[in-house]
Design a protein around this ligand. Structure first.
Ligand code: HEC
Ligand code: HEC
Length: 214
């Protein structure tokens, strides 16, 4: 018994060193692995606010983009100077032109045919008091734009019709935007409900208006 005790005391200095080295190793490994964990897990609450915001923002824009590229919206945001028509976004029949102010040219003014509200029936003009294309000096093209290009364009004051943040938020409530969900017979609404679109729009902008990576 006494011999055993003596033996233990004898080896103590070495085992204390070993234990301390082991402890240091465990602590170091713990720090390293916890560092890796936070970097891998993007939804972790320990992430800095701006990283979380950019993730939430880009995610919300993917919903917004689905609406923007829908024919109900894209048909008035063409790459050329003639509006598009129908669910296949073909060129508008009789080719009404944008004109400098977006309201049409000469005898082909948009409001000659497009009334303040929808004309009942199939293949009749949808209506809204503000029916027109964006003006020639700021065309606000959606057609052919990638999600990244479109997000950057809309967040750019010099390309979005000179809208600041508050005006951009307000734009989702614009009568012409709302019109997309009420375009008359034969024109299905965008794939996202209007309220969900507004929610995604607000989230996108309020969390920084980030553009997706590509
Ligand atoms: C001569 C009459 C006429 C003029 C002028 C006219 N439109 Fe139209 N537009 C129509 C008719 C009719 C339809 C519906 C066609 C159909 O559904 O087959 C239509 C449909 C559209 C659509 C398609 C909506 C959708 O979601 O499919 C857009 C966009 C549009 N017009 C924009 C304009 C703009 C912008 C102008 C002015 C630059 C304009 N139109 C001038 C008659 C006109
Ligand atoms: C009848 C044509 C028309 C339709 C349909 C239309 N827009 Fe527009 N849009 C415009 C005009 C004109 C402007 C420029 C006026 C302004 O900025 O207030 C505009 C501007 C915009 C802008 C700001 C421009 C930018 O690129 O920064 C956004 C965003 C927008 N529209 C979204 C939509 C969405 C979403 C829909 C469908 C739900 C839609 N629009 C349907 C005519 C239209």
């Amino acid at each position: 018994m006494g011999k055993l005790l003596q033996l233990r005391i004898g080896v103590r200095p070495r085992s204390v060193k070993t234990v301390m080295v082991m402890l240091l190793l465990i602590i170091t490994l713990g720090i390293i692995s916890s560092g890796f964990e936070t970097r891998d897990d993007v939804t972790s609450t320990s992430l800095p606010a701006d990283v979380k915001d950019s993730v939430a923002s880009v995610k919300a824009f993917s919903i917004v983009y689905k609406v923007l590229m829908n024919p109900r919206c894209m048909n008035c945001h063409p790459s050329g100077d003639i509006p598009l028509q129908g669910n296949d976004s073909h060129l508008h029949t009789m080719s009404p032109k944008r004109g400098a102010n977006g309201k049409g040219l000469y005898a082909m003014k948009c409001t000659n045919c497009h009334q303040p509200s929808n004309t009942p029936g199939m293949h009749t003009p949808p209506g809204n008091p503000k029916w027109q294309l964006p003006p020639a000096d700021m065309k606000m093209v959606f057609q052919g734009k990638s999600a990244r290009q479109l997000a950057l364009q809309i967040m750019d004051y010099n390309k979005n019709g000179h809208k600041n943040k508050a005006e951009l938020l307000e734009h989702a409530r614009d009568t012409l935007v709302k019109a997309g969900w009420n375009m008359g017979q034969g024109r299905p609404a965008p794939p996202i409900a209007y309220n969900d679109f507004v929610k995604a729009w607000d989230t996108w902008i309020n969390s920084g208006g980030y553009a997706p990576g590509k």
